[in-house]
Write a protein that binds this ligand. Structure first.
Ligand code: PLP
Length: 414
């Protein structure tokens, strides 16, 4: 007999939970795509997307997943035969590098492994060694969704400047935008891309590329395809040119609602503060479980973790059992370990990930943690006690900080 007759919960690091309001906003007949409401509404999306990215520069919308935004960023700024430097800290920048290679771009990789962040010193050295300025772009992710590391984007920017190098700085914020603090203009990022299905809480299917004047200049020597070219997408007065064809009508309505929630109701800084507290509550639970048994964070230093997702090492042979019990008996789906071990090795089954990005509240995070706690007990997996107590103590602290106005997260209770 099962207890699993309630609502299910997806606690993977993307796609994230879609707010009911976003789903409802999409539930409508197809709109007129020639004039009227859809066209006016779409114009309102661009300033709000830029507010989330913290940029005054340009934004283009693509009908694609995050991989499409990778392709767009490459295609608009580089040509085959160009050289780039990719900083890999997990699975995702490595995937972006593979794509660049396939496009004929000469791709140098500085690999920082699955447990570390990109080292600004190493970046500076690599750029100083490029005395002829052959490297056209430096690529990295802000948060790597596989390892759950966060890269220090301002420090990497400083490394490029210290080396006096002219390379474009391109950052993948697919996992982190709307979750971890990100300041495109202040941090000197030239190209940033993201998808809609993680921090932006919209069903997978549209993605965004943001680019500044320096990137627009690089675009002049690139040779983008008609479809990926960002020029008309970012600036055309003609509606269908913004999408190189039919607009992703329902996704745009969903996104409008999601941006209302994120930008106009909660506020981006309050969203960052919420993610930070929720992440800390997850981390406190993992630490408590790890007091007995093998469980520990993939990224040991809390300052180096993204607040969007947590990768957890359970010891060999445990993570799969845990995930499958949670799904079958609790109705909670946890994320698989990604790229942290080779498939079909004993290590393969020793990681899981908890997505805590986007539409998350105390009820949801405690449901996920409570389900894991129950699964550990039900399966006699050695673990420390007090995880839920540790988590709720952190969550209660956020409420207190808000009431007293002492939170460091600006806009916490406004
Ligand atoms: C999810 C993700 C991607 C890939 O996005 P898709 O929509 O699956 O193509 C790329 N980079 C990061 C950091 C991600 O989290």
């Amino acid at each position: 007999m099962s207890l699993n007759f309630g609502r299910t919960q997806l606690s993977i690091p993307g796609p994230s939970v879609i707010p009911e309001r976003v789903l409802n906003a999409m539930h409508r007949p197809s709109p007129n795509i020639y004039h009227g409401e859809l066209i006016d509404m779409t114009d309102t999306l661009f300033p709000d997307l830029k507010a989330v990215a913290r940029t005054k520069h340009e934004a283009a919308i693509y009908i694609s997943n995050g991989h499409g935004s990778w392709e767009a960023a490459l295609d608009n700024t580089l040509v085959a035969g160009d050289r780039i430097l990719v900083l890999t800290t997990g699975r995702f920048a490595a995937g972006w590098a593979e794509m660049a290679q396939k496009n004929g771009i000469i791709t140098d990789i500085l690999d920082f492994g699955m447990q570390g962040e990109a080292d600004p010193q190493k970046l500076e050295e690599a750029l100083r060694a490029d005395t002829e300025g052959n490297i056209k772009a430096v690529l990295t992710v802000q948060a790597d969704t596989a390892s759950s590391v966060i890269n220090d984007i301002p420090a990497l920017r400083k490394a490029i400047d210290n080396a006096g190098h002219d390379a474009l700085f391109m950052v993948d914020c697919i996992a982190s935008l709307g979750c971890d603090r990100f300041e495109m203009d202040d941090w000197g990022v030239d190209v940033m891309m993201t998808g809609c299905q993680k921090g932006l809480m919209t069903p997978a299917g549209i993605s965004f590329v943001f680019f500044n004047d320096k990137a627009a200049k690089a675009h002049k020597r690139a040779n983008p395809s008609f479809y990926w070219d960002w020029t008309l997408r970012a600036n055309s007065e003609i509606f269908y040119q913004k999408f190189a064809g039919t607009a992703p009508t329902h996704h745009l309505y969903g996104l409008r609602e999601a941006l209302d929630i994120l930008v106009h109701e909660e506020g981006i800084e309050a969203a960052w503060a919420r993610h930070e507290t929720i992440a800390k509550s997850v981390w406190a639970a993992v630490d408590a479980w790890g007091n007995t048994g093998a469980m520990h964070h993939n990224i040991a230093d809390p300052k180096k973790r993204t607040v969007a997702v947590s990768a957890v090492n359970t010891g060999v042979d445990v993570a799969g059992k845990l995930r499958s019990w949670c799904e079958t008996h609790a109705g909670v789906t946890l994320g698989i370990g990604l790229g942290l071990a080779e498939p079909d090795t004993p290590q393969w089954d020793q990681h899981f990930r908890i997505g805590h990005m986007g539409h998350q509240n105390i009820a949801m995070v405690m449901a996920t943690l409570g389900s894991i706690d129950t699964a550990l007990k039900a399966q006699d997996i050695p673990h420390g006690s007090g995880a839920l107590d540790a988590a709720s103590t952190i969550l209660a602290g956020h409420a207190v900080a808000c009431i007293e106005g002492t939170s460091t997260g600006a806009g916490c209770c406004t």
